[in-house]
Design a protein around this ligand. Structure first.
Ligand SMILES: NC(=O)c1ccc[n+]([C@@H]2O[C@H](COP(=O)([O-])OP(=O)(O)OC[C@H]3O[C@@H](n4cnc5c(N)ncnc54)[C@H](O)[C@@H]3O)[C@@H](O)[C@H]2O)c1
Length: 465
C-alpha cells in the first residue's frame, strides 16, 4: 500500500493482536497450533511461470490500490513493471515517478491524456474510483491494451455489458481484481467442495462483517458512502462475496432477493448538539468511537491514506480534518448506502446462500459455513474446519500452518497480478482465474439484489434448471 497499513498492522497498532490471534478459537474444537490435516485436497499456489519479459503497465489512479500494484513491481520485477502513471494528485504522481523511474512523456495528470499517445505498454491498470472505471477501460480496450480492472467493474449492468462486448470484440485480456479467488483459504474451500469429500453444496451462510471503524471511514465519510458517487454496498464491498460464493459453489446465480437499509449512520442518530465537524466542539468527543481527531491521529484507529495532503505529519492531518471530508460527524454526511443488507441467493441446481453485509461489528474478517450433503465446512478466513459426517472426521486447515503468505487479502493480491501477467504474456484470457467474463455473474447478481431491495425484497432473476 502506498501510505497505508495492512489490516494486521492496524490490529497490532491498536493493541488488538490478541483479538486477531483468538479468531480461530471461535471454531469449536480447533486447537491453536493444530497441524493441517493430510487428508485435505492439495492446492496449487504460486506456481506461475515467469513471462519471457516483464509485462509493462500504466497505472491510472495511483492511490491506495494503484500504489499497491506499483509496490508489487518491486517484488516481482521480472514479471511486472510500471512504465507510466496518470494521477492528478501531485505527491502521489511524484511518488510513482520516483519509484518506477517513469519518463516524463509517460507521466499524466488524468487518464484521458494517456490515450493521446500511441500505445506504449502492454496493459492499463484501472485503479481510479468506482465512478471512473468505464471511461478508461473502454478507451484502453479500444487502443489495444489489456486491462487490470479494479472491482466493481462499473456503476451499472449496462456499462458492464458494454465493457464485456468491447473486450470480446478487441480480444483484450481483462482481469477483474476479485482477489479472494486467489487467496489460499478460499482456494482450499473450493477444492474441498470440488473433491466431493463432503458431497455437493446444499446451502451456504456467509457473513461479511465490515467492522464499524472500517465502515465509518469507507462507507460513511469516504469514497463508497454514496451510491451515486460509487455503488450500492452489495457491489462496492460485496461483489467480492457474490463472486466468491459463485466461484466455490460453481453454479450460476439464478435468483436473488434482498433487504437492507441505512439504520445507524444518519442524522436522526446524531448525539444532541453534535456539530457538522468534530473539530467544532462536540459534546460527546470523549466517548464517540468516530471522533475524527482521535480516530485518525491520537488513537490512529484507521489509515489516513485517503486524507489528501502532501505533508503526512500529524499536525497536517489534523488541519485537514478541521473542515475536510474525513473530519465530518459520521451522523452528518452525504452517505446513503446500507449499513446492513441481507441477500438471499438461489443457484442453478437448487443450492441456496445467504449473504450478510454488516457494519456494526468490532472485528472484520469473513465467516463462512458451507452445508453439504455429507458434511460441512466452517471457516473464518484463517482457519477452516471440514467435517465429514461419516466416519465423523474433522479436518483442519490453518493458513498460518500452511506455509503460505496471507498478506494482502489473504494472499490473493500478489497471485492476482502474477496470474494477469501470465495470461497477458501467453495472450490467453482463459488462463485468468478472475476474468471479466466470469466476473459478470457477481455483478449481475449485485445489481439485481439492489433492485430487489428497492422493491421490498421481490425476487429478481430467472429460475433456471
Ligand atoms: N480489489 C480490492 O480488494 C479493492 C480494495 C480496495 C479498493 N478497491 C477498488 O479500487 C479502486 C480504487 O480504490 P482506492 O482505495 O485505491 O482509491 P483512492 O482514492 O486511494 O485512489 C484513486 C486514485 O485515482 C485518482 N484519480 C482521480 N481522478 C483521476 C483521473 N482523472 N485520472 C487518473 N487518476 C485519477 C485519485 O487522485 C486517487 O489517487 C476503487 O474502485 C475501489 O473500489 C478494490
Amino acid at each position: 500500500m502506498a501510505e497505508g497499513w495492512s489490516r494486521r498492522q492496524f490490529i497490532e497498532r491498536l493493541g488488538l493482536a490478541g483479538l486477531a490471534a483468538a479468531v480461530p478459537l471461535t471454531l469449536r474444537g480447533t486447537k491453536r497450533g493444530q497441524e493441517n490435516s493430510p487428508d485435505l485436497p492439495k492446492i496449487e499456489i504460486g506456481n506461475y511461470p515467469k513471462p519471457d519479459r516483464p509485462i509493462t503497465a500504466v497505472v491510472c489512479g495511483y492511490g491506495g490500490r494503484g500504489g499497491y500494484y506499483g509496490w508489487m513491481a518491486g517484488q516481482i520485477p521480472e514479471e511486472w513493471q510500471i512504465v507510466g502513471v496518470a494521477e492528478p494528485i501531485g505527491y502521489r504522481r511524484d511518488a510513482a515517478i520516483k519509484l518506477h523511474k517513469i519518463a516524463p512523456e509517460n507521466t499524466f495528470t488524468t487518464w484521458e491524456h494517456v490515450f493521446n499517445r500511441p500505445k506504449f505498454a502492454d496493459a492499463i491498470v484501472v485503479s481510479t474510483q468506482d465512478a471512473m472505471h468505464t471511461g478508461p477501460t473502454l478507451k484502453a480496450i479500444e487502443m489495444g491494451y489489456d486491462v487490470l480492472l479494479e472491482k466493481p467493474i462499473a456503476q451499472s449492468w449496462r456499462e458492464c455489458e458494454a465493457i464485456l462486448k468491447a473486450a470480446q470484440k478487441n480480444k483484450s485480456i481483462v482481469g477483474v481484481c476479485h482477489v479472494l479467488r486467489y487467496a489460499p483459504y478460499f482456494m482450499m474451500m473450493r477444492e474441498v467442495i470440488r473433491s466431493g469429500m463432503i458431497g455437493d453444496v446444499v446451502s451456504v451462510q456467509h457473513l461479511e462483517p465490515v467492522e464499524h471503524h472500517h465502515f465509518s471511514h469507507s462507507y460513511v465519510r469516504g469514497p463508497w458512502g454514496n451510491k451515486r458517487k460509487s455503488n450500492p454496498v452489495i457491489l462496492s464491498k460485496s461483489c467480492h462475496d457474490l463472486d466468491i460464493l459463485a466461484y466455490i459453489i460453481g453454479k450460476p446465480i439464478t435468483r436473488v432477493s434482498a433487504f437492507g437499509d441505512l439504520s445507524w449512520f444518519r442524522k436522526e442518530n446524531a448525539p444532541k448538539g453534535a456539530p457538522m465537524f468534530c473539530s467544532e466542539g462536540c459534546p460527546v468527543e470523549k466517548t464517540c468511537p468516530y471522533y475524527a481527531q482521535d480516530f485518525y491521529v491520537h488513537k490512529r484507529k484507521w489509515d489516513t491514506h485517503h486524507i489528501i495532503t502532501p505533508d503526512r505529519s500529524d499536525p497536517s492531518i489534523l488541519r485537514e480534518l478541521e473542515k475536510g471530508q474525513y473530519g465530518r460527524c459520521v451522523y452528518h454526511c452525504d452517505n446513503d448506502v446500507c449499513d446492513h443488507m441481507v441477500t438471499n441467493l438461489e443457484f442453478g441446481g437448487g443450492a441456496t446462500a445467504s449473504l450478510q453485509v454488516e457494519a456494526m461489528f468490532a472485528e472484520g474478517g469473513r465467516r463462512t459455513r458451507v452445508f453439504c450433503q455429507k458434511g460441512h465446512i466452517e471457516g473464518d478466513m484463517t482457519v477452516m474446519q471440514v467435517v465429514q459426517f461419516e466416519p465423523g472426521k474433522v479436518h483442519v486447515w490453518d493458513g498460518r500452518k500452511a506455509n503460505v503468505d496471507l498478506s494482502g487479502h489473504g494472499g490473493g493480491d500478489m497471485r492476482l497480478v502474477r496470474d494477469f501477467c501470465q495470461a497477458v504474456s501467453k495472450r490467453d484470457a482463459n488462463l485468468l482465474t478472475s476474468s471479466l467474463s466470469n466476473s459478470m455473474e457477481s455483478h449481475r447478481a449485485g445489481f439485481l439484489a439492489e433492485e430487489s431491495r428497492l422493491q421490498g425484497g421481490q425476487p429478481r432473476g430467472v429460475r433456471r434448471a
